[in-house]
Design a protein around this ligand. Structure first.
Ligand SMILES: [Zn+2]
Length: 232
């Protein structure tokens, strides 16, 4: 058994309505935001609380993806969200599951860019809703030793990603915003929210009381604690 490695099940699940005012104003749980087409989407409410950098590094969502790979942010993210404890929507584990399938289909390691995983609605790149705010999108800049900068490479891996499932969406090379998909493969699952089974949805709207309600995910999956060797 590896010593320093834990599992997502050991993370506290929080209802973001119960967090302090600053965090609520940053995470905007349950608020509606518009995507680039003007469609409205409701932001996620349930988050994993990541207590420390060590926990982010040692928590494996799948065999090959640790939690910290989805939370690499630079100064464009809200300052409070770069401090621990940090928060990431619970749907992040669905994304990790699909990326694990993607990795297998590629036959090579899959590397997520800085700011390429979860981005809060207060992130400076967040001028409209994208699945990154739901924890259901990843920008992959390198696969194995391939840096994804050419149309040829991005088209190839987009096709592999799309073949995984109808749930998977990609952006074509040279996306109009200029941010997406001329130097990475963007993979998303859409605006998926996840309500952990430990959560009781008895409060439809923002709670009147300020009593924190936390839950810990039960361990349901077989041991994922073994760190794979020969990662590359
Ligand atoms: Zn993206």
């Amino acid at each position: 058994m590896s010593s320093a490695v834990t599992e997502a099940q050991g993370l506290k699940v929080v209802d973001a309505f119960d967090l302090d005012d600053e965090l609520r104003s940053i995470l905007k749980p349950g608020e509606m935001v518009r995507d680039s087409e003007g469609r409205r989407h409701r932001l996620p409410r349930y988050f994993y609380e990541i207590p420390s950098h060590e926990a982010a590094m040692s928590t494996r969502l799948t065999n090959h993806f640790a939690l910290n790979e989805f939370t690499l942010n630079d100064l464009k993210e809200a300052a409070r969200l770069r401090l621990y404890p940090r928060y990431v929507p619970c749907a992040i584990r669905l994304l990790a599951f699909y990326l694990e399938q993607f990795r297998a289909a590629c036959g090579a390691s899959v590397h997520i860019a800085v700011n390429g995983g979860y981005r809060s609605p207060s992130h400076k790149l967040a001028d409209h809703a994208t699945p990154h705010m739901w924890g259901t999108a990843a920008d992959v800049y390198r696969i194995g030793s391939n840096i994804l900068k050419t149309k040829e490479a991005i088209d190839k891996y987009n096709e592999i990603a799309e073949d995984l499932s109808e749930d998977v969406n990609v952006l074509p090379y040279g996306h109009v915003t200029g941010r997406d998909a001329d130097d990475h493969v963007h993979i998303d699952l859409g605006y998926v929210t996840l309500v952990p089974r430990e959560i009781s949805e008895d409060r439809m709207e923002q709670p009147q009381e300020n009593r924190p309600r936390f839950a810990f995910e039960e361990r349901r999956r077989k041991d994922r604690r073994t760190v794979p060797e020969n990662e590359e």
